[in-house]
Every structure is written in C-alpha cells, then in structure tokens.
Design a binder for this molecule. Structure first.
Ligand code: APR
Length: 242
C-alpha cells in the first residue's frame, strides 16, 4: 500500500479565481487583451503614467468585495486543514493578487506576485494595508513623503516574493500541483520542472493543457470548481483510509 500524501505544494494562477468573476490574463477576453502589460504592469509604465496604473489597480481592488471564493478556493483551504490535522502540510503558492484564498480559509499562503490589498512606499519601502484607492497625491504614513505610494504588486521585470520559501517547500514535498495557470510566466512556470528534477511528482489541474503541460506526469482538465474539489476529496479520503 502506498504512503498517503502528507506534504503538498499547490501553485495557483488566475484560473482558480475565474469562476468567482476575477478576470484571467491571457484568455481570449483576459486582462492582457484589453491592456498592454507594459503600460500597467512594469516600473517603466508606472513612471510614464502613474495615474493610469493607479486606476488599473484601483478598479481591480474595488472589484474584490463583489467577488466570493469559489468551490476550488474552499477545497484547497479544507485540504490544508485536513492535512494539517493529520500532521501534514499544504503550502499554497499563488500568483494571484486577490484575497480569495485567505477568505476561503487558507492559512499557509505565499503571494509571490504581491497583494492588491496592500501598498508600498517607493521612498522608504514601508508596506501597509490598502483597502481604498491609491493616487499620486497619497502620502506615506511612515516617511510622510508624497508621490511614492504604489500597489504592492510584482510587475514584469521585478523579483517575485517568497522564492526561497516556495523552492524549499517544493523540494521537500510529496507532490507539486499546478492549478489554473497558463505556465507562461517565469519563475512560477519553472516550478514543475524544478519539482520533477528533484524527484517530486508534478500534477496539473487546469481548464485546458497549459504551455508546459508536457512536464506534468498527471493532469486533469476541466473547470477549477469541479476538478479541484474532486482531487482534494481524493487526497483527504486517501489520508483517512490508510
Ligand atoms: N478553471 C481552471 N482553469 C481555468 C479556468 C477555470 N474556470 N479558466 C481559465 N483557466 C486557465 C486557462 O486555461 C489558463 O491556462 O487558467 C489559466 C490562466 O492563465 P493566465 O491568464 O496566463 O493567468 P496566470 O497563469 O495566472 O498568469 C500568470 O501573468 O501577467 C501575469 O502577473 C500576472 O500572475 C499573473 C501571471
């Protein structure tokens, strides 16, 4: 009888939040079909037109209260709680800047691309909660300087957060699972290969095969609200019965 899985790393992308009403990026009607990422998601874009960039993220932050965690977010939180109760662990590494994993109850979550509900000061580096609109007129509550507040979001050309923690968790895991991401953006897209190189099995749950689908030993395709709860229930029943 095989040993039940007890240490799982899950990587999520925008596909996990799609059925909650949060737009993905590269799908036909995704965010990058409406905006050029260079204008709204690079330091150069912010320097050129901070008003546009603030407006882009303000709109997305304002949308958060209108959306709810879906069955996939809830299943991942339940899986984390179930594994933890059995002495195991689930590390959730997300590329998403929404707060739906937290609102579903996930605890051990690494936001590698930052969080919409935080802002940071480019002058002093302070990071603080942010629930309302940001503007170029905002003053940092710590250093009191004006014009340096920006969304706490990792832009193209910037270093994602928690890379060491994510890699350590992947290398120690029994299973790496990628959910709702196209595999188009590195370093997240490289996690599955890193896992496989370290002998950690890698699995993909996505609406359709991602750009790096060939790396995964196992895959299940369908809407996240269907495939994620089904997979999570299988893992929990395996842990219970063995
Ligand atoms: N269920 C599961 N998967 C879905 C669903 C769904 N209901 N809807 C869409 N998907 C899948 C798509 O098939 C696609 O593979 O989610 C993936 C979304 O891919 P992208 O739009 O590229 O989003 P993501 O992978 O999160 O992008 C990574 O790119 O620009 C950046 O910083 C941004 O964090 C983001 C990063």
């Amino acid at each position: 009888m095989s040993k039940p899985l007890s240490n799982i790393v899950v990587l999520t992308g925008s596909g996990v939040s799609a059925e909650s009403g949060v737009a993905t990026f590269r799908d036909k009607d995704g965010i990058w079909a409406k905006y050029d990422y260079r204008d709204v998601a690079t330091p150069e874009g912010f320097a050129a037109d901070p008003v546009l960039v603030h407006s882009f993220y303000n709109d997305r932050r304002r949308n958060l209260p209108a959306v709810e965690p879906n069955a996939a977010h809830l299943a991942l939180a339940e899986l984390e709680a179930g594994l933890t109760a059995r002495g195991g662990r689930l590390t959730l590494v997300t590329q998403n800047v929404d707060d739906l994993h937290e609102r579903a109850g996930s605890k051990n979550t690494l936001h590698m691309h930052g969080e919409l509900k935080k802002s940071t000061c480019m002058h002093c580096g302070d990071v603080c909660d942010c629930v309302s609109d940001l503007s170029i007129a905002d003053t940092c509550s710590v250093c009191k300087r004006e014009g340096g507040m920006r969304p706490y979001v990792v832009w193209f050309g910037e270093m994602p957060r928690f890379m060491d923690e994510a890699m350590d968790a992947i290398l120690a895991a029994d299973l790496f699972v990628s959910i709702g991401t196209s595999g188009a953006v590195y370093p997240a897209a490289g996690f599955a290969g890193e896992a496989r190189n370290a002998g950690v099995p890698a699995m993909e749950l996505n609406l359709e095969p991602s750009e790096n689908a060939w790396i995964f030993e196992n895959s299940r395709y369908g809407p996240a609200t269907q495939v994620v709860p089904q997979w999570a229930a299988e893992i929990l029943s395996q842990s219970l019965s063995q």
